[in-house]
Design a protein around this ligand. Structure first.
Ligand SMILES: C[S@@+](CC[C@H](N)C(=O)[O-])C[C@H]1O[C@@H](n2cnc3c(N)ncnc32)[C@H](O)[C@@H]1O
Length: 209
């Protein structure tokens, strides 16, 4: 359920660069195609701004969060939810794996393209420096596959695994080819190994969220 469904009294605006939005949406929700790194031209300020999974998309987090601050009503809120590269491990099982190499390369390649895919770790400080009060950071763990014994974490791992595997090519190709100079064929070959490791329940990896 989205924010517009759970708060029918609210007017909700969804913003993205691309027309990725679904066709059927609640009547209190409208989508706008816009570049949020350009000047914000909304005609009003917001009570609540929600930013999700924008790491790798935003090149300048200070300006982005300053824009959020400047367009929040007094007493309003900003919530930022994001993944933070690299994946972590609860033990030594990640050492020397393709996942470990893949993620280190992702961070390096993305930084060569001018974006930080570990931006989430800096968000709390940026918010505090800009003037947000009572900033709370909560780090959740999304297991990379169904390796945990706990039933709930296993289920989160199942979802995270599907999301990770299905987005792997799309996430990696530009960063590896344009950022690191790999050929598309070399990337495809390497990702086959990464996929194998992502499926391996002996590797106890999780994404910090
Ligand atoms: C990983 S997706 C997250 C989508 C959505 N926020 C969510 O949580 O489901 C990142 C999105 O950011 C959008 N994006 C990238 N740069 C942007 C920009 N400068 N302004 C607005 N959207 C942007 C992309 O089009 C892409 O849909």
């Amino acid at each position: 359920m989205c924010i517009a469904d759970s708060h029918p009294e609210a007017e909700v605006i969804g913003v993205d660069l691309s027309p990725i939005q679904p066709n059927f949406v609640p009547p209190n929700l409208q989508f706008q195609i816009d570049d949020i790194e350009k000047e914000w031209t909304f005609s009003r300020n917001f009570d609540f701004i929600f930013s999700r999974m924008m790491t790798g998309a935003i090149t300048d987090w200070k300006t982005y969060i300053q824009n959020c601050f400047d367009h929040t009503e007094p007493g309003g809120y900003l919530e930022v939810q994001d993944i933070c590269y690299p994946p972590r491990y609860i033990d030594e099982s990640g050492k020397g794996t393709s996942i470990e190499k893949w993620a280190a390369n992702m961070i390096d390649g993305a930084s060569k393209l001018g974006v930080a895919i570990d931006s989430a770790k800096g968000v709390k400080k940026i918010m505090e420096d800009i003037g947000y009060l009572d900033v709370v950071e909560t780090v959740y763990q999304w297991p990379m596959n169904t390796w945990p014994a706990d039933k709930k974490m296993k289920e989160i791992g199942l979802w995270a695994h599907h999301a990770g595997i299905s987005n792997l090519d799309g996430l990696s190709m530009v960063i590896y080819t344009h950022g690191l100079g790999w050929s598309p064929e070399a990337v495809t070959l390497f990702l086959a190994d990464v996929r194998k490791d992502m499926k391996n329940s002996k590797i106890h990896a999780y994404w910090p969220m």
